[in-house]
Design a protein around this ligand. Sequence first.
Ligand code: FAD
Length: 286
Amino acid sequence: MLKGLSFEVFPPNTTTGVSKLMTTLPKLKALEPEFISVTCSNGTNQVAETTVKVASYIHQELHIPTIAHLPATYLTKREVDDVLQQLNQLGIDQVLALRGDILPNMVPKEDFKYASELASYIKNHSPNIQLSGACYPEIHPESGSRVADVQNLKKKVDAGCEKLISQLFLDNDVFYQFQEACALADIQAPIIAGIMPIVNRKQALRLIKTTQTKLPRKFLAILEKYEHNPQALREAGLAYAVDQIVDLVTQDVAGVHLYTMNDAQVAQHVVANTKSLFSCQLAKVV
Ligand code: FAD
């Protein structure tokens, strides 16, 4: 197992997507990740048919530890209980406790206003569940300030989140500054760095449009030069992600969580170019 390297996949909503995921997952298993997390669409109320189903396959068929994402702003306590019961029956004992985005035209249910409330509810009702939480090196978009955001993050950790998985970022210095802010706030949970290789133009444009991710000069230059050359953009995007990971592992990051976008080749490329670094981490721990 490559300690310190984990993957994220998402449950597809098309039959083509499902068959792609079914060929991707065994390939991800071959890369020996520490765990694979499974996202969950907020507000659809189909956790059982999507996230739980994929997590169950990963846990029961592939025998890889899995984390089920659980955004709860549109769930009631009873619905959360149902999901926890399903996970318990399947032997899945890890949950990423999330609030989820507030969607336009959908009024949140009242049971879980923040992720920390969900974390504390799960801790009290299902103490066997290991909880993780999301964190934002560039501050959560709704947050007024870094100080307030980190104080809120501390509440999430105090409510029971044992590890934190970060939003993607493209500038490692932003991540290191965030780590320092967390240390100053006495947040001691390990912070796993979320890395998303940007491998096509559509993904790059979505990133620019929908997130507040800081785009470093080096990254913008890649986009500008190769935006109409898909192969070159893919290679440069992968090389950029590998470069980020080399730096993070060298700086003893607690872990790297790769947003695979269900693309096995992306994960294979990253692992082929960083595997011995993770093995060194393991050798150091042992
Ligand atoms: P929270 O931790 O509740 O924070 C939300 C906002 O409220 C922040 O601005 C925070 O500072 C503030 N806040 C928190 N607590 C308090 C408090 N007590 N008082 C006042 N303000 C407070 N979304 C999905 O829909 N499905 C997924 O599978 C998914 N997976 C994700 C995985 C990762 C690793 C990350 C980083 C994000 C993921 N998201 C997912 C997106 C996430 O749901 C959104 O970013 C959402 O807007 C915030 O969720 P949260 O759990 O971080 O919220």
